[in-house]
Design a protein around this ligand. Structure first.
Ligand code: GYE
Length: 323
């Protein structure tokens, strides 16, 4: 009996040790002419995701690489399973857009254990649980804290330092939702009349954003501004305002993030104030980074995209090239 307990305990210990090999090195990748790579997408319910997927597929086609593409359909658990299936298919490397910061850690560690390098695209994982240069190669994406700050700065100026703000948050537990909230809050801290009166997740989705905005506007009819963590929720908020008999762009000022075609059109129509660009075009940078890594070059822990800013001054001239 005792011995059996001891053996079970040992088996359990061994399992834990295997799940997070503390000292194992970042997997290497051989230099080859073409690769078979995986791209694990989070969901495809918005123009940003569709543009990102197309950018990856176009780049793979251009280089003649094989792309194993999966769509987690909004489920972190499915995304972990998708990565496991890529590992089983023996891909050379995995591009992962981790839907949430913590639940995707097992996927990153599983690939590392299997000797397959991972490059994180657009979203990050919890930095205390997995590290660039150790557990995955690097993170390529925008500076979400900066995006939140830029949105807050524009809103503060436009509202002359006074606003009752409804915040529509992105997917709970995702790095852009966490950091866009933080950047915005950090900026308005120094402006005491800029107040967030309500804040709730709309899961980065248009219809969820509309529903949440509807509820929050009923509870806070005094709101004079909406800060949405992405354009899809901002467009949802426009519908909610109109349904409530309010005039978006006049009664309530909207600022958000992404730079989609619909958002630029809403700016041109005067319904939305501004949007901070967050580029979804990752293909060239993602594939270039893998090639450099295979060549033995040192890859920085973060590769940050440069993003523009759209408002009434430049929305029109950028509409045709928007996604
Ligand atoms: O803003 C949003 C998408 O992770 C940066 O996710 C990305 C965000 C983007 O669904 O529209």
């Amino acid at each position: 009996m005792l011995r059996r307990n001891f053996l079970t305990l040992m088996a359990g210990t061994a399992l834990v040790a295997v799940a997070r090999p503390a000292f194992a090195e970042l997997p290497k990748i051989q230099k080859k002419d073409t690769y078979k790579v995986g791209f694990a997408q989070t969901e495809s319910n918005n123009p940003w995701r569709i543009a990102q997927t197309k950018s990856m597929q176009d780049e793979a086609a251009k280089r003649g690489w094989q792309l194993v593409y999966t769509d987690a359909a909004g489920s972190a658990a499915k995304q972990v399973a998708d990565v496991n299936s890529m590992i089983a298919q023996g891909v050379d490397a995995i591009f992962l857009a981790p839907r949430e910061e913590k639940p995707l850690i097992p996927a990153v560690m599983g690939a590392k254990k299997a000797g397959i390098p991972v490059i994180l695209l657009d979203r990050n994982v919890d930095p205390s649980l997995a590290k660039p240069g150790e557990d995955y190669v690097t993170f390529i994406g925008s500076d979400f804290i900066e995006e939140g700050k830029r949105a807050a700065e524009w809103l503060t100026k436009t509202m002359n330092g006074k606003a009752s703000i409804i915040q529509l948050e992105g997917t709970t537990g995702s790095s852009p939702a966490n950091d866009r909230a933080k950047g915005f809050a950090d900026y308005i801290k120094d402006h005491p009349d800029m107040k967030i009166v309500a804040s709730q997740s709309g899961d980065f989705a248009r219809d969820k954003g509309r529903q949440v905005a509807e509820t929050l506007l009923q509870a806070h009819p005094e709101a004079t501004a909406i800060y949405a963590h992405n354009d899809e929720m901002a467009i949802g908020a426009i519908s909610a305002l109109e349904a409530a008999g309010k005039n978006p762009g006049k009664d309530v000022i909207i600022v958000s993030i992404d730079g989609t075609r619909d958002a630029l059109q809403a700016i041109i129509d005067g319904k939305m104030g501004a949007t901070v660009e967050c580029s979804p075009f990752f293909g060239p940078a993602a594939f270039d980074t893998l090639v450099k890594y295979a060549a033995g070059e040192t890859i920085p822990p973060k590769i940050i995209n440069t993003d523009r800013f759209f408002d009434a001054a430049n929305a029109k001239e950028n509409l045709a090239s928007a996604y």
